[in-house]
Write a protein that binds this ligand. Sequence first.
Ligand code: DAH
Length: 344
Amino acid sequence: MSGNDIGAISAQIDSEIQGVDSSQKLDDFRVKYLGRKGILAELTGLIPGLPKEARSSFGQQVNLLKNKLNTLIVEKQKTLGSGSGARVSEVDIGMPGISQSLGRLHPITQVINEICAIFKQMGFLVVEGPEVETEYNNFTGLNIPLDHPSREAFDTFYLKLPGCPSGGKQLLRSHTSPVQVRIMKEKKPPLAVVAPGRVYRPDAVDASHLFMFHQIEGFVVGENIRFSDLKGMLELFAKAVFGKDIKMRLRPHFFPFTEPSAEMDISCIICKGAGCSVCGRKGWLEVLGSGMINPNVFKNVGYDPEKYTGFAFGMGIERITMLKYGIDDIRLFFENDLNFLNQF
Ligand code: DAH
């Protein structure tokens, strides 16, 4: 076979490729020339039988022909489009895939879920109240007097809503305690309820204040509910959230909706009570407010205060989360910085 024959084959290829108009025909074309028993294999097989001086130039021409065929086939594949298998040669199936990163719950949501699960285990019902509340449910029903500073516009966001009855002012709830009023008006004792959710206060933003944050309110009403029930339950709760070695104490306090009232402290998570900068050398960290529900609240919701007693407690979720994980700036929760959020 001579170089001229190769020229003829090359010309034949040029004309044949024109007629290829389907993946099937392209496949037949490829097999005819590049297949194991194809024309190029045949040409290559001739090389050992050629005179020594002709071998190398013949071999080179066969190679050129092979390259030309490969180029023509790839180009034809492109013009034929994505017929099945036509693009396989362009995709490296050995390449690692693009991994999808998994989303997760926000740390505040995680802690809300964790705390609600603890109370559910103790038999509490989890409910949610609206963020837009009446002045009555947020203050009056809770025995908060008309001249109480928390009612001032610089402590509460009041709303001017179209179509709102003139007598009832609307506001963004400043705590989750109004859920007590809602539920007690609706249901009869015995009751054990926790209510997580957002609350709003017009505070200047700094490392420990935001104008929106989260609280969980809890309350129990029944016959013969005692202060010791509150204390026992809070101790269980503190150990479940912060670990069984944590100590708790109750300090006398005042809230209009509870009497007597107490704040709960836990032993400092950092120094275990010895005194450090986190606890201000006190060895204790304030965690929540609580107390026995004030009989005036029972009167406001139509419960007989002679028959029923109960306790209530309320806590800030951001504060609990910050204590639990040693976070020193509340603003981190809402900056959507993935480096921060991915730690949880
Ligand atoms: N509502 C209070 C606050 O926002 C927290 C609180 C304190 C709730 C004592 C209670 C309670 O139910 O008994 O600061």
